[in-house]
Write a new protein. Structure first.
Lengths: 248, 159
């Protein structure tokens, strides 16, 4: 090839890497590149510049919603990958895809679990709030008796309103219970028979637990209350260790 | 993850090409979907995953640009939105620092040289189209494009 022609073609390399070469000139250069080592080397050099020009722009963040939109569209991309399974080649690209999909799945799962946990916590907080309001209302009522609880580390107050046939337990430092166990309140009759007064678990993240005591008969018929640890669902009669007893 | 790591650069590129946030977001989304569906085509020797992703992004955005049949205004180097912190960030990757320098070099090109580079690379125009749009002789476009690229290549290799 004549030197002049080589020089002319070589001059087109910068435009070629930018994709700005007209089609005919591009074809001529591509044919020349097949046989010219010097031009291939120069092409690689300019290619490095054009490739990195793409990354040189200052990053800009799109709207956060784009991420969710992309996640919602992603499942439709999965079947296309499945069709490629027979030609499976363990490549970095496939690995990157797998990792990306797995991360997306894990992120979604994590968000779902977090949402459920938040809902559960919200219900617990609401429940606790109602219990606290009950206890507070009882405290403010003139006829309410406040009976002290003192069982080692566990202390607190039993609020007893005989007139309105209601009671509420406020206990501090109740130990956490393993899964499958609950605290059960017992209303104690004068002959020491027990009637269930409700089940509860200690409030997570709070040092105290407020729990209404449920009684279907006149609470004045009882001489006190007790609390034991029972299997989840409660028992007909106390079977587990006693946690406290308060006499009326 | 991959999306969080690279979306800033993908979006910056599609926005530069399309000059419209909504279209740029669509092109960004299409780019990642293509990545996930074509990842098996990625060859390690092709270079970094980011540059491969950006190549897809450029092609996707340019296709969209042709579809929209619209030519955005040329960028203005004084546009405050394009401001780039030119102080080297020592905590960033070596590539980050080189990309900042490359961006600086593009912005420092003579305006008519930079214009040719931007129309070619970010608007997908051929040299003939650039000559027509700017009303310059084709030879002038070729000379300016070549001079600009030689300058950038020299600076890139000197880093």
């Amino acid at each position: 090839m004549a030197r002049d022609e080589h020089s002319l073609l070589r001059e087109n390399i910068p435009a070629y890497v930018l994709g700005a070469l007209d089609a005919e000139d591009a074809r001529a250069l591509e044919a020349h590149l097949q046989t010219c080592d010097a031009c291939r080397t120069e092409l690689a050099d300019y290619r490095a510049v054009s490739d990195n020009l793409l990354a040189a722009l200052p990053p800009r963040q799109p709207a956060p919603a784009l991420r969710k939109q992309l996640q919602s569209r992603l499942p439709s991309a999965r079947p296309a990958q499945k069709t490629a399974q027979p030609r499976f080649v363990w490549s970095f690209g496939r690995l990157a895809t797998g990792v990306a999909l797995l991360l997306l799945f894990v992120t979604n799962l994590f968000s779902f679990v977090q949402m459920r946990e938040l809902q559960r916590q919200q219900l617990n907080v609401l429940h606790q709030l109602q219990n606290n309001q009950t206890a507070l209302a009882m405290l403010s009522y003139p006829g309410t008796e406040a009976l002290p609880i003192d069982e080692g580390n566990i202390s607190g107050t039993l609020l007893l309103d005989r007139e309105r046939n209601s009671a509420a337990l406020i206990a501090w430092n109740l130990p956490e219970l393993p899964e499958g166990q609950v605290y059960q309140i017992w209303l104690i009759e004068s002959n020491e028979d027990r009637v269930s007064g409700g089940l509860f678990r200690p409030q997570a993240d709070l040092p105290y637990t407020t729990q209404p005591v449920f009684s279907s008969q006149d609470i004045s018929d009882f001489v006190g209350i007790g609390v034991t640890v029972e299997p989840a669902g409660g028992s007909d009669q106390p079977t587990g260790p006693r946690v406290m007893r308060v006499n009326f | 993850m991959l999306y969080d790591r690279h979306v800033g650069r993908v979006y910056a590129l599609t926005l530069r090409i399309l000059s419209n946030p909504m279209l740029a977001e669509e092109a960004t989304q299409d780019t990642f979907l293509k990545l996930w569906s074509r990842a098996r085509l990625y060859l390690n020797e092709r270079g970094s995953l980011l540059l491969w992703l950006l190549t897809i992004a450029r092609r996707t955005a340019l296709d969209r640009l042709r579809l929209e049949a619209r030519r955005p205004m040329l960028s203005d180097s004084n546009d405050p939105e394009e401001a780039w912190d030119l102080i080297p960030d020592l905590s960033s990757l070596p590539e980050e620092s080189r990309w900042r320098s490359l961006y600086f070099e593009v912005q420092s090109l003579q305006p008519d040289h930079r214009q040719v580079i931007e129309l070619a690379y970010y608007q997908g125009m051929s040299q003939s189209e650039i000559a027509e749009v700017l009303g310059w002789p084709l030879g002038t476009v070729k000379t300016r494009l070549r001079a600009a690229m030689e300058h950038l290549r020299e600076k890139w290799n000197a880093e």
